[in-house]
Design a protein around this ligand. Sequence first.
Ligand code: SAM
Length: 220
Amino acid sequence: MLYIVPTPIGNLEDITLRALRILKEVDLILAEDTRTSKRLLQHYGIETPLRSFHAHNEHKTVDQIVEQLEGGTKIALISDAGTPGISDPGFLLSRACVKNDIRIECLPGATALVPALVASGLPCDKFFFEGFLPHKKGRQTRLIYLSELPYTFVLYESPHRLVKCLNQLGEFCGMDRMACVARELTKLHEEIKTGTVESLLAHFGEKKIKGEIVIVVAGR
Ligand code: SAM
């Protein structure tokens, strides 16, 4: 059995009772950055052994993890924040488990896209999750595709690229398209601002932007 366990995206209280129990009970926790996860686990008095599992070693280690799971080792996968597999490592392992008939239990829990989408005030009955846009090659193609979508779409973006991204959204979707910037969700300096792309540029274009960011954009 592989457990996929969401961890907080900021506020340490955002972890379920079941997540804490499973992280205590398993034999091994696979973590993206063991130093980051050690702090979370220490906070909850969890002493389960940790092993690193990240974008650079997941290809190499998947087979070995599948063998351990087949041998009966109980393993949980976590990432630095939120739900593994959502713009984080996890897909290769879940695919290998499905292929090898290993049961997966993914716990429901923290992820940045849902609170951003729901708090944006933009339609959330249907939406498209894009995650990170490519930095250079292919970025324009994705923006053209997204600009035509008839429903809300969600982007993950780094703070130093926020203004560039808003400018490009203005170029491809129009400056009057409604959008929302959700910054530092669940943290002390949480900020959720909804308005036209133009108004968001006026607000965020002036200052140095820090923290983690989700951009939600209304459909065409
Ligand atoms: N697995 C995570 C999830 O379930 O949301 C996403 C991991 S991805 C590597 C990190 C990105 O998620 C950040 O660059 C940002 O776009 C978004 N993110 C994570 N935490 C956030 C927060 N507290 N506030 C806003 N965005 C956040």
